[in-house]
Design a binder for this molecule. Structure first.
Ligand code: SF4
Length: 327
């Protein structure tokens, strides 16, 4: 299997440019198995046996597009490290805790995290275009039950309706752009119709992992629900391509501000580009890496994290408090 774009927008062997630029084709043709991974790396499947246990717990999914950006033969490639399985995943991420941010504790209805008084986060699906090995919601990757999605979303809307303190809803996942477009349209419309909801925000890595998903039709639909903000997750300069830049531009042209949440840290090394030969810190120990960065934040920023006094323990990802307040 050969993947990779060639000039003129025509993609790798046997793949038409039309297919390559079709997000549904990209989604259908994601790399999902060890056999495919071995074939891409031109090595025997048996050589990937150490990854078997991690794949049984945390599956892989890599779009052909994202695969075309990385070097499958270089185990230090910072893009490869974001999506290729690593046996250390089972033990490293926050000591193997499946819910490192203790999100399940703050779900008044399934899938809706309501931790802070005025904001909540709706997990509308467990599906993503690319499964990031650093994800802290890996526990949800197998949890999708499409038949009940509308029912679950309605329960979330009902909770927001009966909670006037909520002024912001983050629509996230998984990737919310991977549920059906009419369903997402309905959900955003139902939230937008709630008088006390001022801010709607979408969290999606589609511009990075599946930029073809940002279609004119999608932008026209999202535009109807403004004011709407869009957060994505570029972690490395090599993820900024003509396609991903265009996807962000299309959102911006629709009047939707785009922000970036850097989820894993890169450090410089020999190589090229703005993050030369970038590398993820302590691959696999993603939670600890994030904690290190949060510890480095100036105290006023750390203490600015909203908490419900007397109810919330210190955020799990912050260092132990010296004075018992979590600040
Ligand atoms: S896109 Fe987001 S939710 Fe999906 S695997 Fe990556 S970090 Fe996790």
């Amino acid at each position: 299997m050969t993947l990779g774009k060639e000039t003129g927008g025509v993609s790798g062997k046997g793949i038409s440019g039309v297919d390559w630029n079709d997000w549904k084709w990209q989604f259908r043709n994601r790399i999902r198995s060890m056999r495919q991974l071995a074939s891409i790396q031109q090595r025997p499947v048996a050589s990937l046996a150490p990854c078997g246990p991690v794949l049984r717990t945390y599956p892989i999914a890599i779009t052909p597009y994202y695969m075309s950006l990385l070097d499958p033969a270089d185990e230090n490639d910072p893009l490869r490290r974001q999506c290729f399985p690593d046996p250390r995943e089972l033990t490293f991420s926050m000591g193997g805790v499946p819910d490192p941010l203790a999100e399940e504790r703050d779900m008044p209805v399934p899938g809706l995290i309501h931790r802070y008084p005025d904001r909540c986060l709706a997990i509308v699906t467990g599906t993503c275009a690319v499964y990031c090995r650093h994800c802290n919601r890996k526990r949800m990757w197998r949890a999708d039950n499409p038949g009940r999605t509308r029912e679950r979303l309605q329960a979330m809307v009902d909770h927001v309706v009966r909670t006037p303190a909520l002024r912001e809803v983050i629509v996230s996942g998984g990737d919310p752009l991977l549920i059906s477009e009419p369903l997402l349209d309905w959900f955003l419309g139902a939230l937008r119709a709630i008088p006390h909801v001022e801010v709607l925000r979408i969290g999606s890595r589609a511009p990075v992992a599946l930029p073809m998903r940002i279609t004119p039709e999608l932008c026209a639909m999202l535009k109807r629900h403004r004011p709407l903000w869009f957060n994505t997750q570029f972690n490395h300069a090599r993820e900024i391509t003509e396609e991903s830049a265009r996807a962000c531009e299309m959102l911006l042209e629709a009047g939707i501000p785009v922000g970036n949440l850097l989820s894993v840290s890169m450090r410089s090394g020999p190589g090229n580009g703005p993050f030369p030969g970038g590398d993820m810190d302590r691959h696999g120990d993603h939670g600890a890496t994030l904690a290190e960065h949060l510890r480095a934040l100036p105290a006023p920023l750390r203490s600015g994290l909203p908490r419900r006094p007397g109810k919330d323990p210190p955020p799990a990802f912050l260092p132990p408090a010296r004075n018992g307040t979590g600040r």
